[in-house]
Design a binder for this molecule. Structure first.
Ligand code: HEC
Length: 431
């Protein structure tokens, strides 16, 4: 017992040496710098074998900033230059917003998606021909999901609007989906290439008169799942998931961010600012989720807010907090809205080049209060592993034909589409 610690020290030095050698053997580039690096380049990987948490948090921030770079207007998925001042721009769409949406990729009757560069349109809206050409962003998904991808219910913000979700993918994954026809459902092993990145965003609708200075704000089309009618409204970004498949991290790196005013008002907020998702004057107990929204129940124009409370275990830890403070207070982000966002957590496969579920760290309690509101003790990797499609739920849930047994957002969306779109009259669930 007296020498037990020696074995532990020797053991962990040994382990880290093995990890380091493994990383170096595969030619992994140096780990993420701990400095505030404001560029439109996403780090390729994260391979630091020691003190990983600190570096992985820095990796997540760099990735968040790179993807939220203003996009070039001419081509999809490209940043508008690399001048660090660009990050102060708050009106252009962000790089990830010009990636392919799931609605563009998985088309109701299994049609081939349009090539990457084809501009987005709003033709999924049943009133598309009465809408202005822009915006084209269609926010169709309203439900959060359970462990088998099923819709469990929406989240209602304190201003009594539905929070809406958006899923998009990087060009690498999209092109693999097209070349291997992964938009069609077949029995096979799905593997997306290294460098694939998937993003899921949570948007809160803005009611007239609200001050949104502290948010990334955009106009988008809110789709009504009953009629497929779209209506232009303003939304602010309150949550963002980023997952990146890298050569070392076969089970992807899972980063999740939120706005600082979601559950309590963050620092330096102007008077009158209130949290998006929590009412401080009510009991601090997580509310129940409303029934799933689908094509048969009409959206309530003034739904009752859900009281959101996050468990202590799911709050950011000291390494996340240290990076948050560093980035939020940095000179580089001083004149930007991005200093009002924070990293909640990064989950990653701790063992490089592992297979299967990997060795996920942390092992429990990884959740974003805007997207896993009702699933706080699970984790990203555990739930996404259940998809069976390289951790990418959208392939399992959206490839055509959509399985009738899972009542997912995709199924709800396509049921509505097939009711209203003349192009896609086929009932779903049938090839
Ligand atoms: C209880 C299950 C569950 C948990 C936990 C979960 N997700 Fe998801 N996630 C889903 C489902 C289901 C979808 C598909 C949504 C759709 O396409 O309608 C999804 C979609 C996504 C997407 C878009 C790509 C894809 O796979 O469809 C990203 C990115 C994502 N989640 C990241 C995360 C991160 C990061 C965490 C952890 C902080 C997380 N998720 C936790 C169920 C979960």
């Amino acid at each position: 017992v007296r020498y037990g610690w020696l074995f532990i020290v020797a053991g962990s030095v040994g382990l880290s040496l093995i990890a380091r050698t493994a990383a170096q053997e595969k030619g992994c580039t140096p780990h993420t710098s701990l400095d505030v690096v404001v560029t439109p380049k996403v780090p390729d990987d994260e391979c630091h074998p020691l003190a990983v948490l600190e570096h992985i948090a820095a990796y997540s921030w760099q990735t968040f900033i790179a993807l939220n770079w203003p996009a070039a207007s001419e081509s999809r998925g490209e940043p508008d230059g690399d001048d660090p001042k660009q990050i102060e721009n708050r009106t252009s769409p962000r790089v990830w917003e010009t990636w392919k949406s799931v609605q563009e990729t998985f088309i109701a009757d299994g049609l081939q998606p349009e090539p990457w560069g084809k501009p987005e349109t709003h033709t999924v809206c049943s009133n598309s021909n009465q809408l202005e050409p822009s915006p084209t962003k269609v926010l169709a998904d309203l439900n959060q999901s359970g462990l088998s991808g099923q819709a469990i219910g929406p989240l209602i913000a304190q201003n009594r609007t539905y929070v809406r979700y958006e899923v998009r993918m990087h060009r690498k994954g999209f092109e693999k989906i097209v070349s291997d026809k992964l938009f069609l459902r077949r029995e096979r092993n799905v593997e997306l290439p290294d460098g694939s990145i998937n993003v899921k965003a949570a948007w809160r609708e803005v009611r007239p008169g609200e001050n949104t200075d502290r948010y990334y704000r955009t106009e988008a089309l809110a789709l009504d799942p009953h009629s497929a009618h779209c209506e232009k409204r303003s939304f602010v970004l309150i949550g963002m998931h980023i997952v990146h498949k890298t050569p070392q991290r076969r089970q992807w790196i899972w980063s999740t961010f939120e706005h600082v005013d979601n559950l309590a008002v963050g620092p330096d907020a102007p008077p009158g600012t209130t949290p998006s998702l929590n009412n401080p004057n009510e009991e601090q107990i997580l509310g129940q989720h409303p029934d799933p929204v689908d094509g048969s129940n009409r959206l309530d124009p003034y739904p009752k807010a859900v009281q959101v409370v996050i468990s202590k275990r799911a709050e950011p830890g000291p390494d996340e907090e240290a990076q948050n403070a560093k980035w939020q207070k940095s000179q580089e982000l001083e004149n930007t809205i991005w200093k009002f966002y924070k990293l909640i957590r990064t989950q990653w496969p701790a063992k490089p080049r592992d297979d299967g579920l990997g060795t996920p760290l942390p092992m429990a309690d990884v959740a974003n209060s805007t997207m896993e509101t009702y699933q706080q003790d699970h984790t990203c990797m555990r739930c996404h592993f259940n998809s069976g499609t390289d951790f990418s739920w959208f392939i399992h849930l959206r490839a055509n034909p959509i399985p009738p047994e899972v009542r997912s957002n995709a199924r709800i969306f396509y049921n509505t589409m097939s009711k209203f779109s003349k192009k896609n009259p086929k009932p779903l669930g049938k090839p």
